[in-house]
Design a protein around this ligand. Sequence first.
Ligand code: FAD
Length: 286
Amino acid sequence: MRYEAPTRVSDAVKLLAGKAGMARVLAGGTDLLVQMRTDRVAPDLVVDVKRIPGLRTITAKNGAFRIGAAVCGAELGEHKALRKAWPGVVEAANLIGSSQIQGRATLAGNLCNASPAADSVPAMVAAGASAVVAGPRGKRTVPIEAIGIGPGKTSLKKGELVEAILLPKRPPRSGDAYLRFIPRSEMDIAVVGVGVSLTLDSKGVCTAARVGLGAVAERVLLVPEAAKALIGSRVDDAALERLAAATSAAGRPIDDKRGTKEFRIKVAGVLARRAARIAWQRAGGK
Ligand SMILES: Cc1cc2nc3c(=O)[nH]c(=O)nc-3n(C[C@H](O)[C@H](O)[C@H](O)COP(=O)(O)OP(=O)(O)OC[C@H]3O[C@@H](n4cnc5c(N)ncnc54)[C@H](O)[C@@H]3O)c2cc1C
């Protein structure tokens, strides 16, 4: 196995595009190294992106944020402006693992590992985030929900890597939240995870919403029907009931040792309702 640690995105792309066989990007390594140690993957080339300066920073411009692909969870949690603008995204990222994991794990790694149960992904989907993808043919910006296409599979082409995550400028009176259900109190994989982001007008009526749903399908889902249940409402009990029903209906989960289909479908609705209520409070709803 060859290990490379380039200092420019263009060099990383060249390395990834040029190598025959399996090439993998190394960010925090909290998924990749575990998979390598347990012989689930055996890359011929590992490209460590942590030495690329632009990938290690969070930049705020006109209310929007660019989060470099090698920024770890702890750095997200320490960024006051980011936490204030997108508390749901930051709380989802900060749920990942333990303090040790937080010092390494990245949003881009969580996304590109393509687990349907990845915690930060439903929150980023709800936030309307996108990924800047760099590759041999230049750069493109891709909605987060279009990156993961199945367990362990992404839509990234050979030679491509995620350079940054973009979070849009947040309109006034907006809030987001992420909740997951796990059988233990921490350090576990989501049985269901729901992210909700919404915006209210000056009268408290919801004018925009997005709902991201994790661990109930082969990939994280954007659920427009659930968002529709909120838009035009005052996020009252009736709207929350419709939201819960639409979220539950969107899931197509499997049975496994963590939960049955029926349980996951039920919990998806419950978490959507609770996350929407938190997002509503954060948006200043009364
Ligand atoms: C003890 C423990 C607890 C955990 N708890 C949680 C949890 O609660 N919730 C959760 O969601 N996950 C959890 N994880 C999984 C893991 O920590 C997260 O998925 C993390 O966000 C991965 O980020 P990373 O930077 O370490 O990725 P890496 O391991 O570096 O990479 C993961 C995958 O993505 C690819 N990749 C990484 N960066 C890029 C990029 N920029 N462009 C293209 N491809 C890229 C890699 O090639 C690899 O295939 C846990 C892991 C451990 C070991």
